[in-house]
Design a protein around this ligand. Structure first.
Ligand code: HEM
Length: 180
């Protein structure tokens, strides 16, 4: 996974844990010497292990941590990938272009980056359905990103996000509606 995501994860973790606890978690996972670079890719297993350790420490399920992390990362994602985001876009516009413009740019700009393939369908004028398929099974991170985007665009009261997980098929659907 992208080093940028790990750097952001550390910032997020330090909002919930002391520095000492974070250092202990790194040591537990043999990551005490790891220096994440924002232009490199690291094994997904490191994220899985860090998530599991933090979940144990702060007594929150991993799914909830992923969603909170997704919400947390949005302002920085919007800064870093600003060049691919049109100034007139709001939440639904950005979601409509998340795969074709943004994840596409992520794959091009960092060799080895592998964001999930999102199948995005605008099912009605006020509704977007996103199908998520990824070996990483981190759909709640995407749900958090969407909620964070709604906050970012001051549309949180006007956007609903529904997650339909289908563990058997290994895919999930996120339905996003603009309410008024
Ligand atoms: C501002 C818009 C967005 C930006 C800049 C962005 C960027 C990124 C980046 C840099 C990664 C890491 C890729 C890697 O490690 O190889 C990533 C992963 C991910 N993105 Fe996005 N993304 C955006 C929108 C979305 C949206 C709308 C979703 C909704 C489903 C989403 C879902 C995910 C998930 C779940 C991952 C984790 C990796 C995985 O599950 O395979 N992203 N994204």
């Amino acid at each position: 996974m992208h080093g940028f995501i790990y750097i952001e994860f550390e910032k997020f973790a330090l909002n919930h844990l002391s520095y000492k606890a974070w250092e202990e978690i790194l040591a537990e996972n043999n990551l005490q010497d790891r220096q994440y670079s924002p232009v490199a890719i690291y094994p997904d297993s490191e994220m899985k292990n860090l998530l599991s350790s933090i979940s144990g420490r702060i007594q929150l399920p991993q799914e909830q941590i992923l969603e909170l992390f997704g919400m947390h990362i949005v302002p920085d994602l919007m800064k870093v990938y600003q060049a691919y985001i049109k100034p007139e876009w709001h939440t639904l516009d950005l979601l409509e272009h998340a795969e074709s413009t943004i994840h596409f740019a992520v794959r091009k700009s960092t060799t080895g980056a592998a964001p999930p393939i999102l199948e995005v369908v605008k099912s009605r004028h006020n509704e977007i359905v996103i199908r998520y398929v990824s070996e990483r099974k981190m759909v709640e991170f995407g749900v958090g990103i969407i909620k964070g985007l709604a906050h970012f665009f001051n549309e949180a009261d006007n956007i609903s996000v529904e997650l339909q997980k289908n563990e058997a098929e290994g895919s999930s659907k996120i339905i996003v509606r603009q309410l008024f």
